[in-house]
Write a protein that binds this ligand. Structure first.
Ligand SMILES: *Cc1c(COP(=O)(O)O)cnc(C)c1O
Length: 421
């Protein structure tokens, strides 16, 4: 499906935001409709019995796809035009060889970890990591004898090096899973340094480096350009962007993505076409949304930093030259995003008082939507992390996380002003 619009205009390479309105869609196949229609169908008619046989042979890998042939539409758990167009468009942002979409961000994470690991393997991951990922690695994958070893994101690549040495006594490392910047403390991990450690590890089958790129990607961070094999997303956040759908994606190396796709198609973690259609719509405004919310977040962060009730603001835009985090940020990121945390003077009681007084920002978890959301990590998103561990990784009782949306930033500042007073 992805061969119908040039990615170049003459010699000029088109920017991804330009291509979000056309790439992969051929109007003549859909009555000339400007927009790709919904293909709300579970199954597809074959032209002939031979076609049906060929499509199954290609889909299962029993026969290689002849050059220039399309794999053929069979059944929506495997493929659907809307899903394929969406996958092609997400791949463009990351300059990925291939992409697959899933029913949720957690479906992307669980399907890829299961596809790439076997009993006895070790998955190394950065901490803090998204709560669902933490539960998957801590209790679910261990049922399949896949061991998880965490390292502290504030230790960065040095932490990964230690975890890799620890793994030598346990088993082969199948996946290194890095979430950067982390949430809610915004520590940035050097992806290139992680890829270097993996390349030097000397294991027969090289560990796969997956970066959870939900917080910055694809606009402010492109992990594949820094040596990652897979850039993974919860599309529920910035890419979906309107807090009305749940979805996930993996973009990256063609061979790795096809292994994950094989698992997805059998385990049934595929995205439904209606969600895919909504996310395709979201992609058209992705860049302007992320740029606008990021600019507003800077204004809000600057306001908070000078407020006398605020102890600190964990915002990468305030990193100072000379700080190693600043150097990694400069090399790896192109913007600060719009989700950050700040610590106020006091503890849980004071934090709750601020949260309960907010009038425009809504008190809810999740992030990356058009509306500003605010929450208390220690008692909400990160309440499963044991208290001592929370203290180690910087999630205090006085920490508040905010995800800035598309409201006028002056209004968000006014809301914080009345809540903090
Ligand atoms: C939300 C989130 C996920 C999980 O995504 P779902 O779509 O909720 O399954 C994974 N990683 C990060 C960083 C997230 O913010």
């Amino acid at each position: 499906m992805n061969d119908c619009k040039a990615r170049h205009l003459g010699a000029k390479k088109l920017a991804p935001e330009t291509q979000m309105m056309h790439y992969g869609y051929q109007p003549s196949l859909s009555e000339g409709a400007v927009k790709c229609p919904q293909f709300q169908t579970s199954t597809f008619v074959f032209d002939s019995a031979q076609h049906g046989k060929d499509f199954f042979n290609y889909a299962s890998g029993r026969e290689p796809l002849p050059p220039g042939e399309e794999p053929g539409l069979i059944y929506t758990r495997f493929n659907n035009p809307v899903l394929e167009i969406l996958e092609g468009r997400i791949a463009l942002w990351d300059e990925a060889e291939d992409c697959l979409v899933t029913a949720s961000g957690m479906a992307a994470i669980s399907t890829s970890l299961l596809a790439l690991s076997k009993p006895g393997d070790v998955v190394i991951y950065s901490e803090p990591v998204y709560g669902g990922t933490d539960a998957l690695l801590g209790s679910i994958l261990s049922q399949y004898q896949v061991h998880g070893i965490g390292f502290c994101s504030s230790e960065g690549a040095a932490g990964l090096a230690k975890a890799m040495e620890e793994a030598r006594a346990i088993g082969p490392v199948s996946v290194v899973f890095v979430e950067t910047p982390d949430n809610p403390t915004n520590q940035i991990i050097d992806i290139r340094a992680c890829a270097g450690l993996i390349a030097a590890y000397g294991q027969a089958e090289k560990p796969i480096l997956i970066v959870d790129n939900t917080m910055y990607g694809p606009i402010f961070q492109q992990p594949l350009q820094h040596g990652a094999d897979v850039s993974l997303y919860s599309l529920t956040k910035y890419i979906g962007g309107h807090s009305d759908v749940v979805g996930g994606a993996c973009a990256g190396n063609g061979e790795v993505i096809s292994r994950i796709r094989g698992f997805r198609n059998i385990m049934g973690t595929t995205m439904d076409p209606n969600t895919a259609w909504l996310i395709m719509r979201s992609l058209e405004t992705l860049k302007v949304r992320m740029q606008a919310s990021s600019a507003s977040a800077r204004q809000v962060a600057e306001y908070l930093q000078q407020h006398e009730q605020v102890e600190s603001v964990l915002y990468p835009g305030f990193l100072k030259a000379g700080d190693p985090q600043h150097e990694i940020f400069q090399r790896q990121c192109e913007g600060c995003g719009s989700t950050f945390a700040f610590a106020i003077k006091g503890g849980e009681k004071e934090a709750f008082a601020v949260l309960d007084k907010m009038q425009i920002a809504m008190l809810a978890v999740s992030l990356g939507g058009t509306e500003t959301l605010i929450q208390h990590p220690a008692s909400m998103t990160h309440s499963c992390v044991p208290q001592e561990r929370r203290a180690e990784i910087g999630i205090g009782e006085n920490l508040i996380r905010i995800s800035i949306g598309l409201e006028n930033p002056e209004d968000i500042i006014a809301d914080l002003e009345q809540a903090l007073s």
